[in-house]
Every structure is written in structure tokens, then in C-alpha cells.
Ligand binder design. Structure first.
Ligand code: HEM
Ligand SMILES: [Cu+2]
Length: 545
């Protein structure tokens, strides 16, 4: 592939024992304080969650193949889409890139030996496992049927297993907060001398922006979920009007967290893409500063747009107008990033690799997801689209099309660093194309369905919607095949892939300045990099033609 650029001489002459091999017992993994091991364990857990959520997704798509009942009862359908949403949002997307790649890479990228609080990091992992077990336990008990949003008063009155799910998500929230705190402290206190704020890797900026939202917004979610649990158990009237409560209060509190949370899901992916456009095109980031400031802008404005989820809830007309305009501000920040990425790629020396294929998919999907976001932020249009498949398609474009693509880009790009092996590149590119195609086939029909009036969360529908549903299910099965293929060739590559050099992409990032996989203490000496990690226009850096 690429010739090595800044391969450290030591990595070849005296390969030190790697973090994978330093101690081999299960106990040493379970009690480790090494951010790299914790990141790898998170990665394994998250891939399992993605698989579990994916199984429910496919079950839902099979049910929707025919207008009437196909494989499950209405009751089972409600439980399946709830579990799909809960698992995908809280057990996969929210922690996905920060807990796995963030943990593995952030200390390496700031030239540190570990995160600021290594023990707290291990606690985050345990809390995640505890919360996930509670949710999966509820699943075995029959599952909940509230949807991932737990809207009241249904969630406080349905007899399904809501309580363990609420508490499980609450516990996972703690894991998120602790991880965010750890990253903020690490960025503030542990950067190597050359890692100044304005020379910090763009992925680190993405994770930093995300951490701020995690720390500020997640407590609101934790509180409101506890209140729902309290209402269920103690019967006090907080949200249920029959008991004197206010159901809209719930929606405000929930979306005050959950709108910013969509940026928890997408900012890390934006960080990955900002990092990869430079490495894959051999060019400096076009407007590093704009990328940084728009990251912080998104993190800030994201807190003031929650009301766009409540346009049809009886909000004041003035409120609707304010939330509509504020929502559009977010789109401006996103657009700034898109221009910076496209401008970076423009006239770069580009080699088609799997990470680049996912990055291009990401850019395409976030543009469409973002533009349809602006469309639903127009309150008058949202009267028509609210609670239809149009919204389902909008958020899947961003959550799957952008966030998940970025996760896959990261997985391929950093795989050699994490495991010291390469995956088969040609196969990777082929599967990436299958996935992008499967994604388009799955979600474009859903925009059309929504615009024709197909409501979301329904197991049955009029016959005229069937052909589009069949197209969507066909696309989803391609996606399923693609993910399975990735799982198979990456697991194969762990043992049989070609051995990776320290810097197989000829990247300028700090993480490539140590051997692959890195030694337990990351670097033999503090890495120096006066040019910064995104400078490709310096003499001696190889270009790919
Ligand atoms: C950038 C990442 C984004 C993500 C991850 C995202 C995610 C979501 C999600 C999950 C929902 C559905 C919530 C539910 O279950 O009801 C949603 C709905 C919505 N989004 Fe986005 N969104 C993003 C960007 C945007 C942007 C930029 C805008 C506005 C400019 C926007 C406007 C809306 C509106 C108005 C709704 C509510 C539609 C309705 O329920 O009728 N979104 N989004
Ligand atoms: Cu929102």
C-alpha cells in the first residue's frame, strides 16, 4: 500500500511487546487500566450490540414484507421495534466511536500514556456491561413496548418490562458521563508539548465536543428516566394526566437530552471523517479552524433545538418559530464541515481504499440526512411528515448513513494499528460498495413511503405501500450480508491478515508514530511533531498517485 512516512526507527529494530501480548490471562484483561485494552473490549461489546439490534431490524423488515401479519403479532412487533431502537441508540450508537476508538486513540493522539483516570475508565466499562445486561434481561423477560422514546403516559402504565430497560439505560448513562469526563480531563491535562489546542488532531476535537455534550446533557436523561421509574413504582402523578401529571413535561425533558444526543452520535463520526479526508487525500485540512469551531458550534446550538421534536404537541406558534430557526443554525455548521471535507479531497492524491469508500458514503448521506433535517425543521412541512416514515428515513440517513459509516471507516482505518494486521483491501472496498448500495435501497423508499402517508411504528399497512416496503426489506438484507461479511473477514484478518507496519497508511497522525500494535505504555519517548498531525505539504511526505 502506502510507503511508510514517519515510521519510528525503534519500531523495526526492537519491537517491544505489544499491549495485546503483555499479559495474556483473562484476569489481566478484566482488571486492566490500559485504555487500549478497555477500548478493544468496548469494541467487542459494541459489535455484539450492533448484531443484536440488527437481528431485530431484519425481523421488523420481514414483518413488513406483507400488508397483514407476516411473522409476528402486533404486540411482538411493538416489542421488536422498541428493542431495536433501545439497543441501537443507547447500547450501540451513543457509546460507539467514543468508547471504542476514542478510548483506544485519544491518549495516543495527544501523546499520553493513558487517559487521566484509568480506573474510572474501567468502571465505565463495567457500568456499560451492567446496563446492557439489564436491558437484555428485560428482553428475555418479554421486552418493553414503549419505543426508544419512552413517551408518557404510555410508559408509566403499560404492563410490559419497562422498568429494567429504564434503569439499564440510566446505568449506561453513567458510563457515558464518566467516559466524557475522563476524555475532557485527558485533553486538558495530558497533551504532549507539541499538541497545542490548534494543532490537536481533528478526531480528538470531535471527541472533545462530544464529551462536553455527554457531561452536560446525560444527567437530564438520567433524571427523567428515574422519574418515570418512580411514577411506575410509586404511582405519583408526574407525567400521567390521569394522576394530575403533565405528559409534555416528559417530552421537554427527554428531548432536551435527546436532541443534543444526536450530536453525541454524529460528532465523533465527523471527527473520524475530518481525520481521514486528510490522510486519504494527502492534503492539509482545508480550514482546520473552521472544522474546530463548527464542532464547538454544533455542540452549543444543539442544546437549543429540542422543540423541533414537538411541533405538533401544541407548542405556542412563537415557540415553533424559534425552534425552527434555531434548528437551521445547526445545518449551517454541518454545511461548513461538508465544504471543508470536500475541499480537502478536491485535487488530492486519492487511492480508493475501504476507509475512503465509507468516508465518501458518509459525506453523501450526511448531506441528504441534513437537508431532510432542514425540511422537517420547517414546521409547516413537519405537520405532514411528523410520525411518518419520512422521519424514520431522515434519522436513519444520519444515524446509519453517517454515524455507522464513520464507525466502519474508523474500524478499517485503525484496524492495523489496533491489531497489527491488515484486512484484504480489495474485499473491503467491494463490501463497502455493497453496503452503500444496500443503504440507499433500504432508506430511499422510506422517504417516499413517508411522503405518501405511511405512519411509523405500524405492523400493518394498506396494500399500495407494499412494493416500497419490499424494496426496503431487500436493501436491508443486502446491508445484513455486508455487515456479516465485514465481521467474517476482519475476524479472519486478526490471525491471517498480512502483518502491518507501524504506519501502513503513511499517515501524519501521532498514533502512527509508535509500533502496531502499540506497547502498553504507548510511546518509548514523548512523540514530537512540530508540523502537527494534519500537515501533508512538508518535504519528504510521500504522496500516493
Ligand atoms: C446531524 C445529525 C442528526 C441526527 C442524528 C438526527 C436524528 C434525528 C432523530 C433520531 C429523529 C427522530 C426522533 C424520533 O424518534 O422521533 C429526528 C427527528 C427530527 N430531526 Fe433530526 N437529526 C439530525 C439532524 C437534524 C438537523 C440538522 C435538523 C434540522 C435542521 C433536524 C431536524 C429534525 C426534526 C425537525 C425532527 C422531528 C421530525 C418529526 O418528528 O416530525 N435533524 N432526527
Ligand atoms: Cu432533534
Amino acid at each position: 500500500m502506502f510507503p511508510p512516512a514517519n515510521d519510528p526507527p525503534r519500531a523495526h529494530s526492537h519491537p517491544a511487546v505489544s499491549y495485546l501480548d503483555s499479559e495474556r490471562t483473562v484476569w489481566s484483561w478484566l482488571t486492566t487500566h490500559d485504555h487500549k485494552r478497555i477500548g478493544v473490549m468496548f469494541l467487542g461489546l459494541l459489535v455484539f450490540m450492533l448484531f443484536l439490534g440488527g437481528v431485530f431490524a431484519l425481523a421488523l423488515r420481514v414483518e413488513l414484507l406483507t400488508p397483514g401479519r407476516t411473522i409476528m403479532s402486533h404486540e411482538a412487533y411493538n416489542r421488536a421495534f422498541t428493542l431495536h431502537g433501545v439497543i441501537m441508540v443507547w447500547l450501540f450508537l451513543i457509546p460507539s466511536i467514543p468508547s471504542s476508538f476514542g478510548n483506544f486513540l485519544l491518549p495516543l493522539m495527544v501523546g499520553a500514556k493513558d487517559v487521566a483516570f484509568p480506573r474510572l475508565n474501567l468502571l465505565s466499562l463495567y457500568l456499560f456491561v451492567l446496563g446492557a445486561v439489564m436491558v437484555v434481561w428485560a428482553l428475555v423477560q418479554g421486552g418493553a413496548d414503549t419505543g426508544w422514546t419512552f413517551y408518557t403516559p404510555f410508559s408509566t402504565s403499560t404492563p410490559s418490562e419497562v422498568l429494567p430497560v429504564l434503569l439499564g439505560v440510566f446505568v449506561v448513562g453513567f458510563s457515558t458521563i464518566l467516559t466524557g469526563l475522563n476524555f475532557i480531563a485527558t485533553v486538558h491535562t495530558m497533551r504532549a508539548p507539541d499538541v497545542t489546542w490548534m494543532k490537536m488532531p481533528l478526531f480528538v476535537w470531535g471527541i472533545y465536543g462530544t464529551s462536553i455534550i455527554q457531561v452536560l446533557a446525560t444527567p437530564v436523561l438520567g433524571m427523567v428516566l428515574l422519574l418515570v421509574a418512580f411514577e411506575r413504582v410509586a404511582g405519583v402523578g408526574l407525567f400521567d394526566p390521569a394522576r394530575g401529571g403533565d405528559p409534555l413535561l416528559y417530552q421537554h425533558l427527554f428531548w432536551f437530552y435527546s436532541h443534543p444526543a444526536v450530536y453525541i452520535m454524529v460528532l465523533p463520526g465527523m471527527g473520524v471523517v475530518s481525520e481521514l479526508v486528510c490522510a486519504c487525500s494527502r492534503k492539509n485540512a482545508l480550514s482546520y479552524r473552521m472544522i474546530v469551531w463548527s464542532t464547538l458550534g454544533i455542540a452549543f446550538v444543539g442544546f437549543f433545538t429540542w422543540g423541533h421534536h414537538m411541533f405538533v404537541s401544541g407548542q405556542s406558534t412563537f415557540g415553533v418559530g424559534v425552534f425552527s430557526v434555531l434548528s437551521m443554525l445547526v445545518a449551517i455548521f454541518t454545511a461548513i464541515k461538508v465544504f471543508a471535507w470536500v475541499g480537502t479531497l478536491y485535487r488530492g492524491s486519492i487511492a480508493i481504499t475501504a476507509p475512503l469508500a465509507y468516508v465518501l458514503g458518509f459525506i453523501f448521506f450526511i448531506v441528504f440526512g441534513g437537508l431532510t433535517g432542514v425540511a422537517v425543521a420547517v414546521a409547516s412541512l413537519d405537520q405532514h411528515w411528523h410520525d411518518t416514515y419520512f422521519v424514520v428515513a431522515h434519522f436513519h440517513f444520519i444515524m446509519v448513513g453517517a454515524s455507522l459509516m464513520a464507525f466502519l471507516a474508523a474500524l478499517h482505518y485503525w484496524f492495523p494499528k489496533m491489531f497489527g494486521r491488515r484486512y484484504p483491501e480489495g474485499l473491503g472496498v467491494g463490501v463497502a460498495m455493497l453496503i452503500v448500495f444496500g443503504f440507499i435501497a433500504t432508506f430511499v423508499p422510506q422517504f417516499l413511503l413517508g411522503n405518501m402517508g405511511m405512519p411509523r411504528r405500524y405492523a400493518e399497512y394498506p396494500e399500495r405501500f407494499q412494493s416500497l416496503h419490499v424494496a426496503s426489506t431487500a436493501g436491508a438484507s443486502l446491508l445484513g450480508f455486508g455487515f456479516l461479511a465485514i465481521l467474517i473477514y476482519l475476524v479472519w484478518s486478526l490471525r491471517h491478515g498480512a502483518v502491518a507496519s507501524a504506519n501502513p497508511w503513511a499517515s501524519r497522525g501521532y498514533e502512527w508514530m509508535t509500533q502496531s500494535p502499540p506497547p502498553p505504555h504507548n510511546f518509548h519517548e514523548v512523540p514530537r511533531h512540530p508540523d502537527g498531525p494534519h500537515q501533508y505539504d512538508v518535504p519528504g511526505v510521500p504522496h500516493v498517485s
